[in-house]
Design a protein around this ligand. Sequence first.
Ligand code: HEC
Length: 128
Amino acid sequence: MTGRLIFALMLALVASSLTPPPASAADGDSAAGKAVFQRTCENCHAAVIGVNKVGPSLWNVVDRKPAAVPDFAYSDAMKANKEPWTSTALDAYLADPRGDVHGVKMFFKGLPSPTDRANVIAYLQTLK
Ligand code: HEC
C-alpha cells in the first residue's frame, strides 16, 4: 500500500518535471512576437502611433486604459472596460477576444497558443 503510494508520488514528480511551466508575458520573445503580430494582427492593427485600420493603433498599448485612441470608434463594451491593458489582461483578451466582455468588435478568433500570446505581448511592450 505505502509502496504504491510512493510509486504514484514518484510518477507525479516525474510528470511534473517533464511539463514545462506555462509561458507568461514576462518571458515572451519579442522577435518571435513581431512575426506573430505581422501574421495575425497587422491586417487590422498598426504598430505605429496615429494609424487606425479596422482596429486602433496598438502603439504604446501596454498598461494604458482600454479605448484610449482618440479617433477610433470603439464598441460600447470596450469603452465601458476600465481594466488597463496589463500583460495579464492582454493575455486573457487575446486568448478569446470574442468570449471576453471587452472584445465584441474584434472579429478575430484569438491566439490559442500561450507561447504566441506571451511573445506578441512582449513585442507590444516594445512599441513605445
Ligand atoms: C479582424 C481584425 C482584427 C484582428 C485580426 C485583431 N484585432 Fe485587435 N481589435 C480589432 C478591433 C475592431 C478592435 C476594437 C474592439 C472594440 O472596440 O470592441 C480591437 C481592439 C484591440 C485591443 C484594444 C485596443 C485599445 O485601444 O483598447 C487590443 C489590445 C488588440 N485589439 C490587440 C490585438 C492583437 C495583439 C492582435 C493579434 C494577435 C489583434 N488585436 C488582432 C480588430 C482586430
